[in-house]
Design a binder for this molecule. Structure first.
Ligand code: SDX
Length: 436
């Protein structure tokens, strides 16, 4: 970042001395007012719950322009990456800053492939869970549990450890997600198969079984690979910020990533794809398209507590570029699988049409986000609704670890420790219980 020739001066109407604050510029996007010295100079904190106007770090990984609906991974538009690259190339880009050449691509794919198995002991963790446990509960445990095995990659301050931990996490998440799924359906785990692609290997571990050969459908394989690309990283979203804050204590990378898994699970974040599909199925079961108008009235009624899941975004005040690509993938998959008449897809498109013409949504700049169509694609592929967020976590792991490693490689990084505006009781004495 570079010092701008602009400065911010904070003055106080009570005559307290004003404070001069430096302004910094990035390469694109909003400048920042550096408030690091504010408390020391004014005795006051800034106040920004939800971080609507706060940059918590500097980063060179992902850039979002919410007004334009633009998303860049290391400067490359998501539309071009989704069209011209595969997920492992995108992982390489997010981790190292450049797209790989053919040799680098082959080497990286080979390194990931060599790490797809998990320690044989890990399968015994799952036995402790109920079979009907939510896969995200299992995954939070399994990812955190990796800390108990890979001791040669737990020191986050060691660049070699950070590198191997990144490879292991990218390589093993598909194995762990498919194990969580198999455990839930009572089928045997499938070992990874090294001659398959990243997405193809995941499909086989999910839908294959030891009794027969599994044939990868190349259209589904490509769609899944694209879904992974679209979910790979997204600037300082809630789960990435969780990973950064958790990792800032110096804890091991697996523990920090498991914190990201836990945060992503929430319906306001990565859990929205599951919530969105449940919403579509609920509308479909209660009258379908004919009931969309009624449902939208509920959404606009604040007291109903009903939200249009898969819509709205803290940053995008325009169409989420990933939603457009996801809708295209939806079309491709439904055509390929002969499901073009899928009533949920028709319902989703109708909901989107109504919302984009309705003042409530237009005024609030509410557009479809990445979660609006992703559930329909995943359901068509045969992924159970409860596993949607697990797929999101699988894909986002590379973003989390790239962001965490960027933070830990910054010599200026400090442990994150926000302050507060205290509104509780002032100091008071404990009374004997007979007087309380
Ligand atoms: C992801 O941050 C990221 O980058 C996240 C993500 C990533 O890749 O990491 O992009 C992934 O999490 C996408 C978002 C998935 N969540 C959902 O689809 C859940 C539904 N969406 C909302 O809960 C909401 O839009 C959020 C949480 C996504 C954003 O919330 P904000 O920024 O805090 O906005 P807000 O809640 O203050 O909403 C502004 C207004 C409010 O109305 P008013 O009080 O101004 O009258 O818009 C309304 C909200 O009530 N609103 C909605 C709505 N989303 C916002 N009303 C109906 N349906 C919705 N979905």
């Amino acid at each position: 970042m570079k010092l701008a020739d602009n400065k911010a001066t904070l003055s106080f109407s009570n005559g307290a001395p004003s404070v001069e604050l430096p302004v910094y510029q990035g390469n694109i996007g909003p400048d920042v007012i550096d408030i690091r010295k504010l408390y020391g100079q004014s005795g006051m904190f800034t106040y920004d719950p939800g971080f609507l106007s706060t940059a918590a770090c500097q980063s060179a990984i992902t850039y979002i322009d919410g007004d334009k609906g633009e998303l860049l991974y290391r400067g490359y538009p998501i539309e071009q990456l989704a069209k011209n690259c595969n997920f492992l190339e995108t992982c390489y880009l997010l981790l190292y800053g450049e797209l790989p050449n053919e040799t680098q691509k082959a080497d990286f794919e080979n390194r990931v492939t060599q790490h797809t198995m998990v320690n044989e002991q890990m399968q015994f963790f799952l036995r402790g869970f109920r079979r009907d446990a939510h896969p995200m509960a299992v995954l939070t445990g399994l990812v955190g549990g990796m800390s108990a095995f890979y001791h040669d990659s737990t020191d986050i301050t060691n660049p070699e450890h950070r590198e191997i931990a990144a490879i292991r996490l990218i390589a093993k998440l598909p194995t762990l997600v498919s194990m969580a799924y198999k455990y839930g359906v009572g089928q045997p785990y499938m070992y990874p198969k090294n001659d398959l692609s990243y997405a193809g290997n995941f499909m086989r571990m999910m839908f294959g079984n030891p009794c027969e050969e599994y044939k990868v459908n190349p259209v589904v394989e490509r769609a899944l690979d694209r879904i992974f690309i679209l979910h790979a990283d997204h600037e300082q979203n809630a789960s990435t910020s969780t990973v950064r804050l958790c990792g800032s204590s110096g804890t091991n990378p697996f523990a920090a990533i498991s914190a990201g898994v836990a945060c992503l699970w929430g319906p306001a974040h990565g859990g929205a794809n599951e919530a969105c599909l449940n919403m579509l199925e609920h509308i479909q079961a209660n009258g379908g398209i004919s009931k969309v108008g009624e449902f939208m009235e509920q959404v606009k009624d604040k007291n109903s507590g009903v939200k249009l899941m898969g819509f709205g975004h803290r940053v995008y005040k325009n169409y989420d570029p990933r939603a457009k690509l996801m809708q295209e993938t939806c079309n491709e998959i439904l055509q390929e699988l002969g499901l073009e008449k899928d009533p949920l897809f028709a319902l989703a498109k109708q909901l989107e049409k109504i919302a984009l013409e309705d003042d409530y949504f237009v005024q609030r700049k509410l557009y479809p986000n990445v979660d609006f169509y992703s559930g329909i694609v995943q359901r068509a592929i045969g992924i159970p609704v409860k596993l949607f967020t697990g797929i999101f976590a699988l894909a986002r792991t590379v973003g989390w670890i790239a962001q965490l490693n960027e933070q830990m490689a910054d010599p200026e990084y400090k442990i994150g420790r926000p302050r507060q505006l205290y509104t509780g009781s002032v100091a008071r004495d404990v009374k004997p219980i007979t007087q309380r």
